[in-house]
Design a binder for this molecule. Structure first.
Ligand code: TYD
Ligand code: MG
Length: 457
């Protein structure tokens, strides 16, 4: 197919853009996925409307000190953990993306939020393109009583949704899910990159124009991205992702982008019969069921956002039967585990070259925090030596390439959290020890390098 002037092609799988038609997508290697997407209306939708006379400005630049800051603009969702990841509540006119695997609880959480908001007297509109009114009603019945300030709308055509929003002017709108929505102006199928981009653009305009807060549900594809190349993330104000194993009861909601709050804040939930319940003490929850008599298990204190949290790191090291040792990491970064094992080999003379190693962060949390390093190192060392690590000890610290243990953020909070859960010793970076006031009943052990840490554990 020859390329016409002004025509763009998209890969319907990954969203790769090209001005030429392609049989196989150069990016994701899928065949026959090229779809034509004329970019005709896009310019006006994104608000780049050319003005007839440039002189008549409706807005003027203002001094930063003249801008009023109104904290009461934040609405509470009635769910403490959700408020936390949002940075203290819902911001007026914000666009929030809630992503996660299908069935993880996105619709449930948002419906619970709608119930609380409606109870507080806010008008809320829940737009579903996935479920029928009856199905939503059935789900709602499991969650409890609902106020009639919550309206449901089963629709996928965005111009109708736009009209409904403009007419009823709700304070909060839920769009479940963005992949089912379509604009008539765009020719490609719902869920395609062109459609999702257009739909998000329209919702953004609505949110900013009417001061309505919009929550958009986005399904994550197998590759772990929302509708193609993370395009949605750039357009919205806040991105929240659900983590955790669908088969396990807990769910972790993480903020990965937030224009109105800190990122990497997490909320912990448990899926129960009557919806998602907040977990008040995540450390206790993460450590429940831990084995204190097996080698290779070490408790680490992580700092997720502004919250310290204890998790158990498990390592299993055994002789490799094949030439190339197997290594796996779940919940921790695979490359980081390999790097730490190389550091142990070189700097602590622990011979891991011919060993298989499996590392797991119990609890399903995807930990990407430098404080985890020392936990991985000590867990691997414990399993390698087949010696049980002291069950009353917590570790944290970053490990550098020369085997040194480096300081990490929030040492005081981490130590306090360990004390709160009844631990007796903390192995931590030596430089941080004098900055920390030890709570009663806990002993702080500063270590300078990994050999010291392994000796102490
Ligand atoms: P759902 O919110 O529909 O997931 P998503 O919108 O992310 O696709 O979650 C559905 C799952 O949650 C389903 O497996 C049933 C379970 N569930 C409960 O365990 N308890 C409940 O009260 C509800 C409403 C759902
Ligand atoms: Mg759903």
């Amino acid at each position: 197919m020859p390329s016409k002037k002004g025509t763009q092609f998209y890969c319907s799988e990954c969203g790769y853009e090209s001005s030429k038609w392609f049989g196989q997508c150069p990016a994701c290697k899928a065949w026959n996925t090229a779809v034509e997407a004329p970019e005709t209306k896009a310019a006006s939708v994104h608000g780049v409307v050319s003005r007839q006379s440039a002189s008549r400005l409706t807005h003027h630049p203002v001094r930063i000190t003249e801008v009023r800051r109104d904290e009461s603009e934040r609405k509470t969702t009635g769910i403490g953990e959700l408020d936390r990841v949002l940075g203290g509540g819902i911001v007026k006119g914000s666009l929030v993306l809630v992503g996660g695997d299908p069935g993880i609880g996105k619709s449930t959480l948002l419906l619970q939020m709608c119930r609380n908001l409606a109870e507080n007297g806010e008008n809320v509109l829940y737009v579903s393109g996935e479920e029928s009114l009856q199905q939503i009603r059935m789900r709602a019945e499991r969650l409890g009583a609902f106020s009639d300030r919550l309206s449901l709308f089963c629709e996928t055509n965005l111009s109708d949704i736009r009209e409904a929003i403009e007419e009823t002017k709700p304070a909060v709108v839920i769009i479940d899910s963005i992949q089912t929505m379509y604009c008539e102006e765009v020719t490609s199928a719902p869920g395609s990159i062109a459609q999702v981009r257009e739909a998000t653009g329209i919702l953004m305009q609505l949110a900013k124009g009417l001061d309505t807060s919009v929550f958009v549900v986005g399904h994550v594809t197998k590759e772990g991205v929302v509708a193609g190349p993370r395009m949605l993330e750039h357009m919205v104000d806040t991105v929240l992702y659900f983590e955790g194993d669908r088969s396990a009861a807990y769910r972790i909601l993480r903020s990965v982008k937030n224009r109105f709050g800190s990122t990497n804040e997490i909320g912990v939930f448990e899926m129960e019969e009557d919806g998602l319940q907040e977990v008040a003490n995540p450390s206790e929850y993460m450590l429940s069921g831990r084995s204190e008599t097996a080698s290779g298990n070490v408790v680490v204190c992580l700092a997720e956002g502004t919250r310290p949290m204890l998790v158990e790191v498990q390592a299993l090291v055994c002789d490799s039967n094949f030439g190339l040792p197997r290594r796996t990491a779940s919940g921790a970064d695979y490359n980081r585990v390999n790097l730490l094992m190389a550091v142990m080999e070189k700097r602590a003379r622990i011979h891991l070259g011919g060993q298989d190693a499996y590392v797991n962060v119990a609890g399903g949390l995807k930990a990407a925090e430098p404080g985890l390093d020392l936990g991985i190192v000590t867990a691997i060392a414990s399993s390698y030596a087949n010696k049980v690590a002291d069950p009353d000890t917590v570790v944290f610290g970053e490990v550098g390439l020369s085997g040194e243990v480096r300081a990490v953020a929030m040492p005081q909070q981490r130590v306090n959290e360990a004390a709160k859960l009844g631990f007796k010793r903390v192995i931590m970076p030596a430089v941080s020890v004098r900055k920390v006031k030890a709570p009663e009943g806990i002993r702080l052990i500063g270590v300078k390098n990994i050999s010291q840490a392994v000796g102490e554990i």
